[in-house]
Design a protein around this ligand. Sequence first.
Ligand code: FAD
Length: 317
Amino acid sequence: MAERRNQVFYPSGFTELFNAWNRFPDSVPAAGTTGLIRFQADQLLDLPRSIICLDHLDELRKITRTERYLEIGAMVRLSELEGLGKIVPEALEKTIAHIAGPQLRNIATMGGNICYPHRRLDISAPMIALDAHYELRKARGVRWVSASRFALNPGPPAIDKQELLTRIRIPLDQWDYSVFRKIENSGAYGNNTVMIFIIKTQKNVLADVRLVFSAASILRDRNSESFLTGKRLPLSRRDALEFIEHWRTFLAAVHKPEHSAADRAAAEVPQHDAPETLQHGMSETSFGTPLYGTSQELFTRDKILNLIKKNILLLAD
Ligand SMILES: Cc1cc2nc3c(=O)[nH]c(=O)nc-3n(C[C@H](O)[C@H](O)[C@H](O)COP(=O)(O)OP(=O)(O)OC[C@H]3O[C@@H](n4cnc5c(N)ncnc54)[C@H](O)[C@@H]3O)c2cc1C
C-alpha cells in the first residue's frame, strides 16, 4: 500500500475543523508552528503527518474586554498583546516582553505557548497567578478549565485528544505589585524558569498574595500564600524568613531525585527534538541538583529560594 503523504487542513470554521479531526484523529493543530519546529536544526523539518492549520479561524483571533475580564483568542499573537497597553495585566505584559525576540513574538500565539506539550512555557505562570480560565472545545461541546488545573502536572497539559484551546479569560483585578523574574538557563536552549509574584493590598494589609513558577512543571505553594495574607506591610523580617522556610519545605517535598523512566519522559523534551547540548554532555552536577531530576532542568532549588528571598525581603522592614 502506498504510504500516506503529509497533509495540511485549513478549516475556516469549527464544523470543518472537527470533521477533519474526526477523519484523521492523529492530526495536530498548528498555530504559529514555532513550537512544532523548535529544536529542529535540519533543513528538512520533521512535522506531524497530518496538520490542522488554525490560521483561517477568525473566531480565534478576537480580543474582547468586558467589565470583569479580558478575553483572548488562542490564535492571538504575543506581539498583539504588547500593543494593547494597560488593559493587559502587568504580570502577563512583562512575561510576553521577555519571550525571545520581536520576530518570534510576531509569530507565536497565546494558544501555542499554553499548549506546548513538553514543558510549561513562560505564559503559564502569569495565567495561573492571575487565575485565568481556558475555553476548550471538542466536536460536541465546550468546557472551561482553570489555568492551574490545565498545567498541573509535568508533561502534556490537561487537554483531551481532538480538543482545541479556543479562548483565554483573564479576570481584570487590580494588582498593586507585580513582579516578573526569569532564570535564564543559558545552556539549556530556552528552558527557562519564570517567577510571577503579585500582591493586592488593602490599607497596607496584604489582601491577596500569589507566587508561581513555571518550568518543567508549575510550582505554587498555597500554604505560604495563606501565611502571608492578612499581614501588614512592611513585613516583619521574621515573617519574611518564615515565608522562605515554607517554600523550602514545599520544594523539598516536590523534589524527587529518584524518578521512574515514565516520569522523566513525560517531563522532558523528546530526545530527538533536543539540541545536541541537551542530549550529551550536560552534567547535572555542574548545575546543582535539578528539580524533578531531569537533565534539562538546570535551575536548582537554591536558585528559586534565592529569588524568593530577594523579593520577599523587599517587602520587609
Ligand atoms: C528561538 C526560540 C526561543 C524561545 N524562547 C522562549 C521563551 O523565552 N519563553 C517561552 O515561553 N517560549 C519560548 N519559545 C517557545 C515559543 O514561545 C513557543 O514555541 C510558542 O509560544 C508556541 O506558539 P506557536 O503559536 O508557534 O505554537 P505551535 O508551534 O503552532 O504549537 C505548539 C503546540 O501547541 C499545540 N497547539 C497550538 N495551538 C493550539 C490550540 N489552540 N489548541 C490546542 N493545541 C494547540 C500544537 O499542536 C503544538 O503541540 C521559544 C521558541 C524559539 C523557537
